[in-house]
Structures are given as C-alpha cells and as structure tokens.
Design a protein around this ligand. Structure first.
Ligand code: KG4
Ligand code: ZN
Length: 349
C-alpha cells in the first residue's frame, strides 16, 4: 500500500461497533459498522450492559471486514485511534482495551480521540474543507453541543443541552408513540407528510442569552398534547400513547420535529451571528434529519451563513471520523500511553 499515513479507527462509545481505515485524515479506504439496533429496539433505547457485551462479540469481525475491504495489512498502518470519551463507560472500556491490544500487538502508536470532536471534524472526510475557525453543532442521541472550532485540535464548547439531547427526545417520543427505535429516522419520514404548523409546541430556552439547548419541556408538551393536559407524572417511559389516526400522527410528528429543528437552527445561527462565523458545520446522528438540513441551509443562506453537512452515513456513529480526527494528532505526535482510562463525560485533554 503506497503513500499517505494510514490510521485504523475504532469506535464503541454507544451502540455501533465500528472500525475504519482512513488515509491522510480524508480518504476513507473502508468503514465497517455493526449496528446494534436489533439488540436495543425491544427496549426503545440503548441498554448500556448489552452495548458493551455486543461490542465484545462484534469487534473482531468488524476489524476483519475493515481490513479486508481496505486491502490494508496491519504492517501498512501508521497508528491505531480509539474513542476514549464521552460515551457509555462499559462500551468505551471494551473499545479502548481492544485498541490498546492492537497497538501493543502491532507495535503501532495509539491515539485517543474525543467522540464529539470527531463528529465536528467529520465534514473533512466528505472532501469539504471549511476554513478555520468555524462553528460546529454536534446533535446526536447523547449530545447537542456548539463548538467554536479554532483548529483541528482546538475546540471551544460554547453551548450544550441542559437536559435531553435532540436524538434522545426523538427516540423517547417515537417510543411513546409506538414507532420503534431509533426514533429519528421514523419521525423524519412521517413528518415529511405532515403539517409542521398543526400544533404549536414550545422551543426551549429561545429567550435565554446562553447558547444552551433544552428539550425536556418539549417532551412533556407532546405527551400532554396526546394524553391530555397534566397527564405526565413520573417518567415518560411509564406512558404510552393510544393508537393515533394517520393524519393526526403525521401532523404530530411534523410539529414535534419542527420544534426540535427550530431550537437547533435558531440557537446555532444566533451563535454564528454573535461570534462572527460565516460557516456552520452540522454533524452527529440528528444531522441526518432532512428538515434540519433544509431549514439550517435556507435560513443560514438568508443571513449570509453557509451551512455544511456531512453525508448522512458520516453523520451517525462511525469509525472513519475517529481515524480522521486522529490524523491531526498523529501529525503533531500526540500519542497516548496505555495508562489512560476512558471517561463517560467530556474529556478535552
Ligand atoms: O451520532 P449518533 O449515531 O449516536 C450518538 O452519538 O448518539 O446519533 C444517533 C441519534 C439517534 O437518537 C437517532 O434517532 C438520531 O441520531 N437520528 C436522527 C435521524 N437519523 C438518526 N434524528 C433525526 N432525524 C434523522 N433522520
Ligand atoms: Zn455520536
């Protein structure tokens, strides 16, 4: 295999077991992902213990698939990269132990990658090259964070969700409506045929001067709308919507999705205006949402702000983004020893 620096990326922070080989932080030679949707869907959300166990079962097969598809041998590689934070602790432990073993066995440097930074930089794998600095929104099942991306290695978080993440709310509401898991793609599809203005749901923290997000009030509103005002007491998981008529369900999905999208678009564009950014990059699983892609692009354009989205397969969790982000650390020789521990919370060092 000639030319370029080759990095093998490993990702196990949530419910995708993924391994990829990337050349020079840009060219994806292979990106294998084993989804655990079938494992978690009966529960309507990710079960941490099951996620860790599934990673353990799947990692070797996913590794073999990524090496085969890329036609790269371990001896061709320049480094092994691994997500070390944030994520589910048990899931991260399986991946970091695996990656440490590969690095040791193959005598390759090991590079720790922050999962959110990798989402924010995933746009470079699509051959888009926004100039630094830019603003990045990472919206997923576990996070919604706004970063000033000053360079590939300097990301400054200026906003985050105060409660649920947008994908998490999509998943919970879909479960409540009996639509299955994961909820985002189903709601996206249903909403396309509904009226986004049918029901006026709240947009959290819109008048708050911070760049933080909040989605839990919206979640309560949707449940109260369906079950009758004041219905929600205790946990959302204890409630189930009665079967809804097709049009009512589509309108509900469209109005709910519109509230999520509006919250994300308005805060992100306000942050861009206030901080003087002309380019906004949106990534993470929720960035696959068709309405979010359209509204951020249209509204951004009307304000002279360019919105960039990675292709949908790079929005959801994958290991190519881990290898991509690691390339910048490889160039500056920022390797890890084997003493680091994964962290469920945001670790920025
Ligand atoms: O980035 P990701 O794969 O994993 C995390 O790091 O969380 O994001 C998964 C989340 C799930 O909550 C899923 O429902 C949501 O992304 N998602 C979507 C869409 N596709 C996936 N949400 C809205 N619209 C979509 N099309
Ligand atoms: Zn993610």
């Amino acid at each position: 295999m000639s030319g370029g620096r080759l990095i093998l990326g490993v990702e196990t922070s949530c419910d995708e077991t993924a391994v990829a080989v990337v050349r020079d932080g840009r060219q994806i030679l292979s990106s294998s992902v084993a989804s655990q949707i079938e494992t978690h869907s009966p529960y309507g959300g990710v079960v941490p213990e099951l996620a860790g166990r599934k990673h353990l079962e799947n990692l070797v097969t996913v590794l073999q698939s990524a090496l085969r598809k890329s036609a790269v041998k371990p001896s061709d590689l320049d480094a092994v990269a691994i997500t070390s934070s944030p994520g589910l602790l048990g899931a991260l432990l399986v991946g970091t132990t695996f990656a440490k073993s590969l690095s040791m066995g193959w005598s390759l440097p090991l590079i720790e990658v922050n999962h959110l930074y990798a989402h924010a930089l995933s746009i470079f794998l699509d051959n888009r090259r926004p100039r630094f600095p830019f603003l990045a929104l990472v919206a997923s099942g576990g996070h919604s964070s706004l970063f000033e991306v000053l360079s590939p290695r300097e990301l400054n978080q200026i906003g985050r969700t105060r409660d649920d993440a947008p994908g998490e709310v999509m998943d919970k509401i879909a479960k409540f409506l009996g639509l299955g898991y994961p909820g985002g793609p189903v709601i996206d599809r249903l909403a396309a045929q509904g009226d986004p203005e049918a029901i006026a749901f709240p947009r959290g923290l819109q008048r708050d001067p911070s760049f933080d997000f909040s989605f839990s009030g919206l979640k309560t509103s949707v449940v109260n709308h369906v079950l009758g005002s004041g219905a929600i007491g205790g946990r959302l998981a204890d409630h189930q919507a009665p079967p809804l008529e097709k049009t009512a369900l589509r309108d509900l999905a469209a109005s709910f999705q519109e509230a999520v999208v509006d919250s994300l678009v308005s805060k992100t564009l306000r942050a861009a205006r206030d901080r003087g950014f002309r380019t906004v990059v949106v990534s993470g699983g929720v960035a696959a949402n068709s309405r979010l892609r359209k509204k951020m692009a249209d509204q951004g354009r009307s304000e002279g702000i360019r919105a960039l989205f990675p292709s949908p397969r790079l929005c959801t969790d994958n290991a190519a983004m881990i290898a991509g982000a690691a390339y910048h650390l490889l160039k500056s020789g920022e390797f890890s020893d084997y003493s680091f521990r994964p962290s469920p919370r945001m670790k920025t060092g």
